[in-house]
Design a protein around this ligand. Structure first.
Ligand code: NDP
Length: 329
């Protein structure tokens, strides 16, 4: 079977040479274990951080070893009574065609909802959007909300959840004209702009002349600085990610206007979604009906083949995705 190994640690943006497609033999199935054939796998921005040899909230990938991450697999063989061949499960051993793991470490899913949705709208990115917006940024009906990375997996859901939960105005930023059109034309954002067209600070001021109450930060850098300038008194920021700096080779400067947070009584709060798995039930109870009714839409960008998984991750960091980037195996 085939798997993708980390061949080198990138310096700056990852390149195809940092990955290797390796042929390996599958070990024998042990007691309590299952053999899975992966159907789809996720590539996520946090995986770029795991390519560096630094201590973080998830351990780094090891050189010359297989990568891992969210995936959906079909049970081929089972040594545990809870699973039978044909069952479809969510698990953490992506980046390989086949996986062997303990039955206790996988979660059975309903494939009729679309296997990949458990990696996106009904999975980790969806919960991130929900918790970040409602719990961390404490969005209330009537708020004006600004979301960066708004055409991506987390951002597109955060904006639509904000609308469903009664935000007065939702503004998104993204990196192409087509993405901006998608946000206002289909996903229900009230305004959107391409951050590559002009300074974020100017475009945000035009889109939110009365300021913003909540900022959902996927990007960091000048997006965060512009948001701090635009935030109203008692404004809240969910610090979700800083994708603009994941390929940086030096420490990046913080927002130059952070001192404004004092007079404006701002709250800037970071979070990691896995600390909030207890909210999964509440999240699914709202999100599943929204998706079923079409009130919330979810885009996917699909890359075919394990051999193309490295370019999917590289492309994700370059904005080649609209919605969730996934790899079909
Ligand atoms: P996305 O689907 O949003 O994909 C990443 C996007 O980042 C690209 O599509 C690209 O869109 C954008 N991007 C790349 N470079 C830049 C740049 N220099 N400036 C602005 N935008 C850029 O990924 P996810 O939805 O999976 O993740 C979104 C964010 O949420 C990330 O920061 C991620 O790390 C974070 N996250 C945090 C979690 C947590 O627990 N805190 C959990 C999950 C995700 P464009 O074309 O618009 O540039």
């Amino acid at each position: 079977t085939r798997e993708i190994h980390l061949a080198a640690r990138p310096n700056g943006a990852p390149t195809p040479d940092d990955f290797a497609l390796v042929e390996v033999d599958l070990p024998q199935l042990g007691p309590g274990q299952v053999l899975l054939r992966n159907l789809v796998m996720s590539v996520d921005p946090y995986m770029r951080g795991r390519m560096n040899d630094v201590k973080s909230y998830v351990p780094p990938f090891q050189l010359d070893a297989v990568l891992d991450g969210g995936a959906i697999g079909e049970v081929v063989e089972s040594h545990h009574p809870s699973l039978v061949p044909g069952d479809v499960v969510l698990h953490g051993l992506g980046w390989r065609d086949h996986a062997i793991t303990e039955a206790a470490r996988v979660r059975k899913v309903d494939p009729s909802l679309g296997a990949s949705s458990y990696l996106g709208a009904l999975g980790m990115p969806g919960l991130t959007a929900y918790v970040g917006l409602l719990d961390i940024a404490a969005m209330k009906p009537g708020d004006t909300v600004f979301i960066s990375g708004a055409a991506g997996a987390v951002g597109s859901l955060a904006g639509q959840i904000a609308k469903q939960r009664g935000a007065a105005r939702v503004i998104g930023s993204a990196g192409s004209a087509a993405k901006v059109e998608r946000l206002t034309g289909t996903l229900g954002f009230d305004a959107a702009f391409n951050y590559k067209d002009a300074p974020v600070r100017d475009q945000l001021r035009t889109a939110a002349p009365d300021g913003i109450d909540v900022y959902f930060d996927n990007v960091g850098g000048d997006h965060l600085e512009a948001a701090i300038s635009a935030l109203n008194v008692n404004g809240r920021v969910a610090l979700c990610g800083a994708v603009a700096q994941y390929n940086a080779t030096d420490a990046t400067p913080g927002p130059r206007n952070l001192a404004l947070a004092v007079g404006k009584r701002l709250t800037l709060r970071g979070f990691i979604v896995s600390d909030h798995n207890g909210r999964m039930g509440d999240f699914l109870a709202e999100m599943a009906p929204w998706l079923a009714s079409g009130a919330v839409r979810f885009d996917e960008t699909v890359v075919e083949g394990l051999e193309n998984a490295p370019s999917a991750l590289i492309g994700l960091l370059n904005g080649e995705n609209t919605g969730k980037m996934i790899v079909r195996l």
